[in-house]
Design a protein around this ligand. Sequence first.
Ligand SMILES: [Zn+2]
Length: 282
Amino acid sequence: MGQGFIQKAYGNIVMLEIPSFNKTGLVRHGFSTRIGGAGKKPYDTLNLACHVGDYPETVIHNRRAVCRALETEIEQMVTAQQVHGSVIRVVGQEHAGAGAFTYDTALPDTDGLVTNVPGLLLATFYADCVPLFIFDPVKQVIASVHAGWKGTLSGIGAEALRKMSQVFGSSPGDCLAGIAPSIGRCCYEVDEMVSGPFRRQYGWWEDVMTPCAGGKVRLDLPGANRNILVQAGIRPDNVEISQICTSCSQDILFSYRGSQGVTGRMGAFIMLRPQSATKKGE
Ligand SMILES: [Zn+2]
């Protein structure tokens, strides 16, 4: 593991970024915090999701602000409905704007987005689930993947890599990955209904579970996702994990569990830089 994620400020907006991604000069990306938006409680302040009860005009204002920080426009954003499935969709310029202004125009039955089109902004939204960033700097392909416990159980991170290989010829050994803040092992207690299938699915289940009272366990979802990505061929050194737990850090992040379900969402954003921007370099 390297240095994890770093904080970067763009005016009032604070984003978490992966240094190895920035080093390539080929992508713009970031995981937003709750800092720097216009939202009121319980969506204070940088809620980026349309479907959680916040005012639509506030969400769009916030999305525009994040797009400015990333040097792009909201019309370039592509979003997924995130149904806790395992479908990865390859998207192109024809999908630009999908779900940018309303949830119902987001891509249905989709939890992960892959593209090789520069300037297209892949966006997925979170409050506890695990955000996966994957970037192949050789073939110049990116993915943004939503992994809740169901997606993690089905190995959605590995599925994204398979899709990148199939469609674009990516080799997992070339890929970089980042696992942005999610609920940590410290705060994610689950019962047998969740832990049982993990034990049956993954030989390394003991790495990611801590037994606790009443037959429950505390599950390390980011750790499970790291194992899944490494098993799928990404080099361990190329996976950056944020050590921040959403539920423990509600001063800067939204947490679904930590707020009993009514709260905003952070966004995971990634875009291949348009040609003219890459020429200028960092
Ligand atoms: Zn925690």
